[in-house]
Design a binder for this molecule. Sequence first.
Ligand code: HEC
Length: 114
Amino acid sequence: MKSARILGSLLSLSLLIVPTVMAAQKDSPAKEAKEGSSIFESKCFACHGKDAKGQTAMGKTLKIRDLHSAEVQKQTKEELTKIIEDGKGKMPAYKGKLSKDQINDLVDYIKSLK
Ligand code: HEC
């Protein structure tokens, strides 16, 4: 019963990992997404719009993609984090202006839009 043993060790491994991940996150993704949404509405709306669709004067001029779109959503959390931290084209960099937690909340918020 080799596969049962592999399954068993996978199970115990996930029992180890899950509480660690939960402890590291502390807030639920839904709560983080909600916090992200209020940061978004205060820091990002000028270009991306409060609904994140990019339908602002700035958004249209700069051709900002709708953050709900598949092209944006197919990017990983890591990729989105990097764009917010380092900027991209006319998108300003937020590293140092927002905390790592705030950027994580924003990424959770963006991911919750799909
Ligand atoms: C000054 C206007 C401006 C502000 C303010 C701004 N952005 Fe952007 N953002 C842009 C532009 C322009 C792009 C498109 C960059 C490109 O693709 O060249 C962009 C792209 C992005 C992308 C990548 C979307 C894609 O097409 O893949 C993310 C994610 C993003 N912004 C998040 C944020 C967040 C979160 C904030 C607030 C903390 C924010 N932006 C504030 C202008 C802005």
